[in-house]
Write a protein of this length. Structure first.
Length: 386
């Protein structure tokens, strides 16, 4: 028998019971649900990561939909429990859904939502921040200053890397990877090399046009190259940022062998998912190559770091905050709530998950659709014609 879990209740007499496993930023998502006759229960348990047992207790005997988090294990057990309680809607409050077994959701006919687009620029900005912080050794220098070690300007003090004219490498040039590439190319006049399973024509066009602009103004034009393999990117780039989805093709993409092919003074950024990098191999590489630097937002066994990582001066580590801007987090909450609401109300699925702006406009009612359902096709859900 699962232990009861503490909750806060909104609109107790609502017809549809929706559960959110965490409190989420903003109030728009709450209002949108209660205006549409939902009784909303928000879990108020103090512990950060809820167990499967906790979530089963939250689902209870009758539940129409759940908004969950990327830290939760949404597999067979939870989808079976949700389906038994009459629920057909789940949404992660995240764009990544590697914590969700979509096949299990399909088996129980549960729609799985995610929150693309609203976090693209925010996440790319954190990847750019880590790139700059690593290149210019900002965290090390800050620690030095606070420790009272600064006793005057010196020619060799915290010398780092100039980005201008260097090559930025992007692995996974989807929404976030492309936004990051544009920031680094336009902001720092870096050349681009990227690897993705698909061609990113818009990104290529952008770099070409910016290169032409620079040339017309008497500056060195920036260039782009689509690599035919990931190893080409690792060998050629000075700064490499990882932005693929996590699946079996990207697990430990960066490992002992691939690290060995990178430049000794390269910078590696990971704002995708921890297991894309073999963290044990990375720690060893950082020890052997003091001029190699990393900026990590995600870790292989979150919330833990592999032994030794926290002591490395050439590593910058932050706690999975890439999407943590107020606008983005409130928007993620809105999209997640609307994914669940849309399925409960029988709305179609939005036609383009890359263009979710209409759902984020606070001055207008959202479209009658679920913004992004990743298994819409498998479940045969209708698509909005708007
Ligand atoms: N750190 C964070 O807080 C944070 C925030 C947002 C997203 N993310 C992660 O970033 C990922 C990407 O998000 P997005 O919105 O850009 O998704 P996206 O689907 O637009 O982009 C992912 C890209 O990866 C590519 N890809 C897939 N397999 C590949 C492979 N084997 N090699 C190279 N490229 C491959 C895809 O073709 C696609 O272009 C998410 O899945 C999530 O895990 C993390
Ligand atoms: O996948 C995601 O959305 C992130 O990891 C959290 O923003």
């Amino acid at each position: 028998m699962a232990k009861p879990v503490s909750i806060e209740v909104w609109n107790p007499n609502g017809k549809y019971r929706v559960v959110s496993t965490k409190s989420m930023p903003g109030t728009r998502w709450i209002n949108l649900l209660i205006e549409q006759d939902c009784r909303l229960e928000i879990c108020t348990e103090k512990k950060t990561i809820l167990s499967v047992e906790d979530i089963i207790a939250l689902i209870g005997d009758k539940c129409d939909g759940v908004i969950g988090q990327l830290t939760e294990d949404w597999g067979e057990t939870l989808f079976a429990a949700l389906s038994k309680a009459g629920g057909k809607a789940f949404s992660n409050m995240a764009v990544g859904y590697n914590n969700v077994d979509v096949n299990a959701a399909n088996k129980y006919g549960v729609a799985v939502g995610n929150t693309p687009g609203v976090l693209t620029e925010t996440t790319a900005e954190l990847a750019a921040s880590l790139s700059l912080a690593a290149a210019r050794r900002i965290v090390e220098a800050d620690g030095f200053m606070r420790a009272g070690l600064y006793d005057g300007w010196l020619p060799h003090l915290f010398v780092g890397n100039l980005l201008k004219g260097q090559t930025v490498g992007v692995i996974g040039a989807g929404r976030i990877g492309s936004a990051y590439a544009r920031m680094m190319v336009e902001g720092f006049k870096m050349n681009l090399i990227y690897f993705d399973l698909y061609q990113s024509t818009r990104l290529e066009k952008f770099v070409t046009a910016y290169g032409q602009f620079l040339k017309a103004n008497g500056e060195q034009p920036v260039t782009w190259k689509r690599a035919s393999s990931m190893s080409e990117v690792l060998q050629e780039a000075d700064v490499i940022s990882l932005h693929p989805v996590l699946d079996k093709t990207t697990y430990h993409l960066i490992n002992k062998e691939s690290l060995a092919t990178m430049k000794k003074e390269a910078i590696l950024i990971n704002c995708s998912r921890g297991p894309v990098v073999d963290e044990v191999a990375l720690v060893e590489h950082l020890k052997q190559n003091p001029m190699f630097r990393v900026g990590l937002d995600v870790f292989e066994d979150e919330p833990y770091m592999k032994p030794g990582l926290g002591e490395m001066k050439n590593a910058i580590v932050v706690p999975h905050i890439a999407s943590a801007s107020k606008w983005t987090r409130e928007g993620m909450a809105t999209l997640a709530a609307l994914n669940v609401l849309g399925k409960i109300k029988g709305y179609p699925v939005w036609h383009d998950p890359n263009r979710v702006d209409p759902f984020l406009n606070e001055n207008a009612p959202p479209p009658a659709a679920s913004p992004s359902i990743v298994n819409a096709k498998a479940l045969g859900l209708p698509v909005s014609k708007l």
